[in-house]
Design a protein around this ligand. Structure first.
Ligand code: ZN
Length: 485
């Protein structure tokens, strides 16, 4: 526990410093591990991320995915098989030697930067007939990439934690339908449970994943107006199926290549978005769905009443835990109730339950909401029902607030002057018309100081009604521009 408990800067005035302080003071991560770009994850963030993993895994499994655990090393030759994907080699950490004699390995091994080339090596052995399809598998794991940009806890690092789902189908239509399903999973889990709003884009050609036919990604907007890429889905067509020889015999006895997609919700980065988007000047605010402790019970002791108050606090903890709420009594005697309030507010615990001697007498407790600060007196008998209701209210309030902020960060621009003003004044995502030329995209990026074309809205088919925002030629697409993390 750091000496100075509270966050000392306002989120709206210095978001970057606010974020750094919250990560440290709410004890989410320790950045002092002695390898650059690698992070020590502390219990509070680990417990939250485990809940996040479970939410995504349940949704994936409901939709026919099964879990696997693959090796963390991939031989270099696997990367060579798909020509475009081989570009990934530039970001890879390589294992080249073993043992105290430093014997050279015959083939370099990559610490997986992503696992297409591990999964598909195995899919080529497992897929034989149409009966084996669709094959939908995922793994929850960490990956390593040698990032050269500045690292930031939970946003960009050389090691990060995610889920990767890899699906193989008999037909193109099924693979395309999977892209839609991935967008739905993202909506159900990331938006409805974690409260992170997003737009789901099809990325422009020049911004595709190496080896993909199309890349799709969910982008959100951070409090400083910069855009953060969250789960992405890649429609791989038959590129990897050809490279890895993944074939099946169809019902007519014909041998065919499978169609593939992959989906990568980066739990680590989504957690960073939760921290950034929901938090306030007092620290973190966790949506109830991901809060390791949803209700913290704080007994307020006065001389002579300790036993009764603690007894009631424990009884309430038992009752609400029994009712399915993650709750705990803060029994530490060395801290005052006021200090504990600040401590749990900093940690983002959605609900606080205060119990003093008078509450024991009256047969009630006081509930305090982290998101609004509202205090509610509740009679003991009503407590469990009320907690369920208030946690639900907090959840929907956080989603509503995040949605409103996201909407506020969307704008439209007809020309470069407007685009520059929008990006400078509020950041976010700016809707523009674009001719589709990569050259224009490059000019937009350099002239706006980093505004990138994030793509067209998935499933919307928006028709451009004006000219390209940069060159004035006929526009082919409606796209969204934002400055990225
Ligand atoms: Zn143009």
């Amino acid at each position: 526990m750091s000496e100075e408990l509270g966050v000392t800067v306002k989120k709206s005035e210095n978001f970057s410093e606010w974020y750094t302080q919250v990560v440290k003071k709410a004890e989410l991560a320790d950045i002092r591990f002695n390898v650059k770009g690698f992070l020590v994850h502390m219990p509070w963030s680990v417990r939250a991320m485990k809940l996040m993993y479970r939410a995504f895994e349940e949704e994936l499994e409901k939709r026919g995915h099964q879990p696997l655990m693959l090796p963390s090393v991939i031989p270099e030759s696997n990367f060579e098989k798909e020509k475009e994907h081989a570009e990934f080699k530039a970001e890879v950490f390589w294992i080249t030697e073993v043992g105290s004699e430093r014997r050279k390995l015959e083939e370099r091994l990559a610490l997986r930067p992503t696992s297409e080339t591990a999964f598909y090596q195995m899919y080529s052995l497992w897929v034989r007939s149409w009966r084996d399809l669709p094959m939908k598998r995922y793994q929850s794991c960490q990956v390593w990439r040698h990032e050269t940009k500045a690292t930031r806890p939970f946003i960009r690092g050389r090691e990060f934690w995610w889920i990767e789902a890899h699906d193989a189908f008999a037909t193109r239509e099924e693979a395309e339908a999977q892209v839609k399903e991935d967008a739905e999973i993202t909506e159900r889990v990331m938006h409805k449970l974690f409260g992170i709003p997003f737009l789901f884009f099809q990325r422009p050609e020049h911004d595709k994943f190496q080896g993909a036919v199309h890349t799709y990604a969910a982008d959100t907007v951070m409090p400083d107006g910069k855009v953060l890429q969250l789960p992405s889905t890649h429609f791989l067509g038959q590129n990897f199926a050809r490279a890895f020889n993944i074939k099946f015999v169809d019902k007519e006895g014909e041998e065919r290549h499978v169609w593939q997609t992959c989906y990568g919700p980066a739990i680590w980065r989504i957690f960073g978005a939760i921290v950034a988007i929901h938090g306030d000047d007092k620290g973190l605010i966790l949506p109830p769905e991901v809060a390791p402790i949803q209700a913290i019970v704080v007994p307020i002791f006065f001389k002579g009443t300790e036993r009764e108050v603690l007894k009631k606090a424990r009884a309430i903890e038992r009752a609400i835990v029994g009712g399915g709420v993650r709750a705990k009594v803060d029994v530490r005697e060395e801290y005052t109730p006021g200090w504990k309030y600040n401590y749990w507010e900093l940690k983002g615990t959605p609900l606080r339950i205060e119990i003093g001697p008078r509450d024991v007498e009256k047969g009630q407790v006081v509930l305090v909401r982290r998101d609004t600060g509202d205090k509610i007196n509740v009679e003991d008998e009503e407590l469990l029902k009320k907690i369920g209701k208030v946690l639900g209210d907090i959840q929907s309030n956080l989603i509503r607030r995040a949605d409103e902020f996201f909407e506020m960060k969307r704008s439209k621009a007809k020309n470069m002057k407007e685009l520059k003003t929008c990006l400078k004044k509020k950041g976010g995502l700016v809707r523009v018309n674009w001719c589709g030329e990569e050259g224009c995209a490059d000019l937009i990026k350099s002239e706006t100081g980093g505004g990138e074309i994030k793509g067209t809205l998935f499933g919307k088919d928006e028709k451009p009604s004006g000219k390209c925002v940069r060159c004035g030629k006929r526009a082919k697409q409606v796209v969204y521009v934002g400055k990225m993390y």
